[in-house]
Design a protein around this ligand. Structure first.
Ligand SMILES: C[S@@+](CC[C@H](N)C(=O)[O-])C[C@H]1O[C@@H](n2cnc3c(N)ncnc32)[C@H](O)[C@@H]1O
Length: 258
């Protein structure tokens, strides 16, 4: 039905645009994964389902599966992060996985890297709305960033070879790229074998997280930046955290761990 600019339909009857509804109720697995952070995760899910959709950061078809496919899935890699670690999330989009990791692990310091202004504006307002003091939003491409941290994450951003090229300059020696991938994770890692070999990479693995615990487990490709690796055009990097120190968690040596 046609309506006037202020929403009044011909004939004087006022039409109200349909409300943008919030996120669905979190499934039981979300309570298990988020624990004490569940309320904050719910507020983030509501923002994704409302302004995230209306601002075009999230497709409307994602709303019913926000929890399983996005929030729970992106929270699982927290098990691979040390206490107080800094994380650079490359290509955050609507904050996935970086914002989720910051929610589930308040001890982390998370840097969201995203080139698109519309997205960084939404991310900044979301960080403020959620009162997250452990998140910094950076606008720009990963290749242009002057940051240094022990961990970089990425989901649905680029192929492994690009992610390696973008993340290694941001990683301290021994730092880790954690790329959240789909079912082709093992194949992608295999395809990147020659490049990784040329770059001197000795440690890489695919981790299957959440198997038997959640409905949509995640595969994380872990690639360790070799100590010897040299950027071809070294720049001045701003360290955002200590490199991984002597209190390392054990790192699986196998190519695939569950
Ligand atoms: C398909 S979206 C994925 C967003 C989010 N990681 C997710 O899983 O929903 C890819 C994001 O990567 C960003 N991006 C593309 N190239 C990039 C680069 N060189 N450095 C950092 N971010 C980049 C895009 O702007 C976009 O927000």
């Amino acid at each position: 039905m046609a309506q006037t600019r202020d929403g009044e339909a011909p004939g004087g009857r006022r039409t109200v645009p349909p409300p943008v509804s919030g996120a669905p109720e979190p499934p039981a697995e979300a309570a298990d994964v988020f624990g004490d952070s569940l309320d904050l995760a719910r507020r983030y899910a509501d923002l994704l389902a409302t302004t995230g959709i209306s601002h075009g950061l999230v497709g409307p078809r994602e709303a019913p599966r926000l929890w399983q496919r996005h929030l729970v899935n992106c929270a699982l890699p927290e098990a691979m992060l040390d206490e107080g670690e800094s994380v650079i999330d490359i290509g955050s989009g609507a904050g996935l996985p970086g914002l989720v990791l910051a929610i589930v692990r308040p001890d982390l310091r998370v840097h969201l890297v995203e080139p698109l202004l519309r997205r960084t504006t939404w991310l900044q307002s979301t960080v403020e709305a959620l009162g997250l003091s452990n998140v910094t939003v950076h606008r720009g491409r990963a290749e242009e960033m002057s940051l240094l941290a022990p961990v970089a994450t990425a989901r649905a951003v680029a192929s492994l070879d690009k992610l390696v090229a973008w993340s290694f300059p941001l990683l301290a020696p021994g730092g880790r790229l954690l790329a959240l991938k789909g079912e082709a994770a093992e194949v992608e890692l295999e395809q990147a074998h020659d490049l990784l070999h040329r770059m001197g990479v000795e440690q890489s693995a695919v981790h299957h997280l959440g198997v038997g615990r959640v409905s949509e487990p995640v595969r994380v490709v872990e690639i360790v930046r070799p100590a010897q690796w040299q950027a071809s055009t070294p720049g001045t990097r701003r360290r955002v955290d200590r490199p991984r120190g002597s209190t390392k968690r054990g790192r699986p040596g196998s190519r695939s761990s569950h």
